[in-house]
Design a binder for this molecule. Structure first.
Ligand code: AHR
Length: 510
C-alpha cells in the first residue's frame, strides 16, 4: 500500500480560521434567486416567499456570509429597482445573463432572509455602469439607523432597523472585457478608491473588497492587482480572487490537482500584495477574499448570445459527481492552509446555478455531492490551522506536472480540544496508509473518521436519488502513544476528528 505521514503539532500555528472562509454567493443568475431560494408558490414557502426546504439546507450547509447580488449581474444593476412595494418594481433586461429581471427580490428581501439562514450579506456595488453616488446611497440605505433621506426611505419600506452590512465588494471582475462597464486597472483602481472613501464616510465600520483578477490565467493577472492596489491600497481591506475548475476531457488526474493550482494562485496574490505594500511603505497587510470559487463546467456554456431573454432560465445546473466533491473538499483544505491571508471565501453559487443545492420548481430540494465536504468543513474546520507538511507519494499530471498524491491540513479547536485532520487521497487506484503523529496532544485518544468515496467516481445525486452519494462514518481508531494509522480509500476526501476520551458526545461532534 502507498504510505504517507503527517505530524500535527500544537506549536505550528498558521492562524485562526475566519468563519467567513465558508461563505457562499447568491447572484441574480439563472434559478439561484427565483425558483432557488425564493419561490412564493412553493408548498414550503414562508410569508416572505422564500422556500423553507432550501432555507433548511442552507442552514445545514453553514455559510456565515453570502455575497449578493452579483457577479456579472451587479455591473449593470440599479439597486433602487429592488426596494419598496414589490408590484411597483420595474422589469429590466439583465444584460449580463440576458434574462428578464423582475426585481421581486432586492436588498429589502435578501438582507432579512440572510438572518433567517444564519448568514450576513456581503454586498457588491455596481462599478460598471454606476459609481460613487449610488454606492454611498446604498450604504446609507442599508446602514444608517434613521434621520436621512435614504435611511428613512428604508424605514418607510418596512425595515425599522438598519441591515448593518459590514462587508462590501467594490464592483465585480472589472478586469474582464465581458463585464459591462469594464475598465482599465488604473481607471478601476481610482474609482474603487474614491467609491470606498465615500462609502466609509457613511459608515466607518465597513470592510471593503477591491476586485482582483477574474482568474489567474487572465493576461493581466498580477499587473492588474499591482496597479489597482497602487490606487486603493489604503482604502481596501481585501483583494478578490476568482477561481473555477473543471475536468477537461478525460484528464481526471489534472483535475484532481486543482487545489495545487489554487495554492499557487494564492501565493502569487500574496506576493503581489506584499510587493505593493513594500513599494508604498504601507504598514497595513492586505488580505485576500476568494469570493468566487467552485467546480464549474464552463465549457458547456455556449455564451450569453445563445440565450433567450426569459425569467429565471436554467443556467449552469451542473450535476456534481463524486470526483467533483473530492476536488471541492481539497480546495477547502488549501483555503484553510492559507488562513493567515485568506479570510473570505464564497462558494459560487448557493442554489441551482453552479451550486451545492439543487431544486425542482414546485418540488424537491436536495444536496449535491459537493454539499457534503463543504458542510462538514464549515462545521468542523473552526479554530486554529496547524501547519502540516505531508510526506507523500507523487503523481504525474499533464496540467501541473508532479503533484503530491495526498493533501492534508489540520485545525485545532481550542474550546473543545478537538483536532480535525482533513485529507484527500488523489490517487484513483490505490488506498494510502496515512501515519499521523499527534504526540504534542497527549490527551487525544480516539480518531473518528468520516469519508466521501465511492466505487463509481461519476456517481451523483438527483431528485430521484438525493442520497445516492453521502459521507460514510468509518470505524473509530485508538490513538496509541500519540500515533495512529488511517487508511484513506482511493479517490477520497476524509475528515478525521481526534477526540479526548472524556469529551461528551455532541460537544465534539461525535
Ligand atoms: O459565478 C458566475 C459568474 O462567474 C459571475 O457572475 C462572475 O463574476 C464570474 O465570471
Amino acid at each position: 500500500m502507498n504510505q504517507a505521514a503527517i505530524t500535527v503539532d500544537s506549536g505550528f500555528r498558521v492562524a485562526e480560521v475566519d468563519p467567513r472562509l465558508f461563505g457562499s454567493f447568491v447572484e441574480h443568475l439563472g434559478r439561484c434567486v427565483y425558483e432557488g431560494i425564493y419561490e412564493p408558490s412553493h408548498p414550503s414557502a414562508d410569508a416572505a416567499g422564500f422556500r423553507g426546504d432550501v432555507a433548511e439546507l442552507v442552514r445545514e450547509l453553514g455559510v456565515p456570509v453570502l455575497r449578493y447580488p452579483g457577479g456579472n449581474f451587479v455591473s449593470a444593476y440599479t439597486w433602487e429597482d429592488g426596494i419598496g412595494p414589490v408590484d411597483e418594481r420595474p422589469v429590466r433586461l439583465d444584460l449580463a445573463w440576458r434574462s428578464l429581471e423582475t426585481n421581486r427580490v432586492g436588498v429589502d428581501e435578501f438582507a432579512p432572509w440572510c438572518q433567517t439562514v444564519g448568514s450576513a450579506p456581503m454586498m457588491a456595488v455596481n462599478l460598471g455602469t454606476r459609481g460613487v453616488d449610488e454606492a454611498r446611497a446604498l450604504v446609507e440605505y442599508c446602514n444608517v439607523p434613521s434621520g436621512t433621506a435614504w435611511s428613512d426611505l428604508r424605514r418607510r419600506n418596512g425595515a425599522a432597523d438598519p441591515y448593518d452590512i459590514k462587508l462590501w465588494c467594490l464592483g465585480n471582475e472589472m478586469d474582464g472585457p465581458w463585464q459591462i462597464g469594464h475598465k482599465s486597472a488604473r481607471e478601476y483602481g481610482r474609482l474603487a478608491a474614491s467609491t470606498g472613501i465615500a462609502m466609509r464616510r457613511v459608515d466607518p465600520t465597513i470592510e471593503l473588497v477591491a476586485c482582483g483578477s477574474s482568474y489567474m490565467s487572465m493576461p493581466t493577472f498580477s499587473t492588474w492587482e499591482r496597479t489597482v492596489l497602487e490606487e486603493c491600497y489604503q482604502v481596501a481591506d481585501y483583494v478578490s480572487m476568482h477561481s473555477y475548475y473543471e475536468q477537461r476531457g478525460d484528464d481526471r488526474d489534472s483535475f484532481l490537482g486543482s487545489a495545487v493550482q489554487l495554492d499557487r494562485f494564492i501565493d502569487s496574490c500574496v506576493a503581489t500584495c506584499d510587493h505593493v505594500r513594500a513599494v508604498g511603505r504601507h504598514t497595513k497587510r492586505m488580505n485576500l477574499a476568494l469570493d468566487e470559487w467552485n467546480v464549474w463546467y464552463q465549457r458547456r456554456f455556449r455564451g450569453e448570445e445563445s440565450m433567450r431573454m426569459v425569467e429565471a432560465p436554467h443556467l449552469f445546473e451542473d450535476a456534481y459527481n463524486v470526483t467533483d466533491a473530492i476536488v471541492v473538499g481539497d480546495l477547502l483544505i488549501t483555503m484553510m492552509r492559507h488562513a493567515d491571508r485568506l479570510h473570505i471565501g464564497c462558494l459560487a453559487q448557493l442554489v441551482n446555478a453552479i451550486a451545492p443545492i439543487q431544486t425542482v420548481t414546485g418540488g424537491a430540494a436536495w444536496r449535491q455531492t459537493t454539499f457534503h465536504p463543504f458542510a462538514l468543513t464549515s462545521r468542523y474546520g473552526r479554530g486554529t490551522v496547524l501547519r502540516v507538511e505531508p510526506k507523500a507519494p507523487v503523481m504525474d499530471t499533464s496540467w501541473l506536472g508532479e503533484i503530491p498524491a495526498l493533501d492534508a491540513t489540520a485545525v485545532h479547536d481550542e474550546e473543545t480540544g478537538v483536532v480535525t485532520v482533513f485529507a484527500v487521497n488523489r490517487n484513483r487506484h490505490e488506498p494510502v496508509n496515512l501515519a499521523v503523529d499527534v504526540r504534542s496532544f497527549p490527551e487525544l485518544v480516539i480518531a473518528s473518521t468520516v469519508a466521501l468515496f465511492d466505487d463509481d467516481p461519476d456517481a451523483f445525486n438527483s431528485a430521484a436519488r438525493p442520497d445516492r452519494v453521502a459521507p460514510r462514518t468509518l470505524d473509530e481508531t485508538k490513538v496509541e502513544d500519540g500515533r495512529f494509522d488511517a487508511v484513506l480509500p482511493p479517490l477520497s476526501w476524509n475528515m478525521i476528528r481526534l477526540l479526548p476520551e472524556q469529551a461528551p458526545t455532541g460537544q465534539t461532534g461525535r
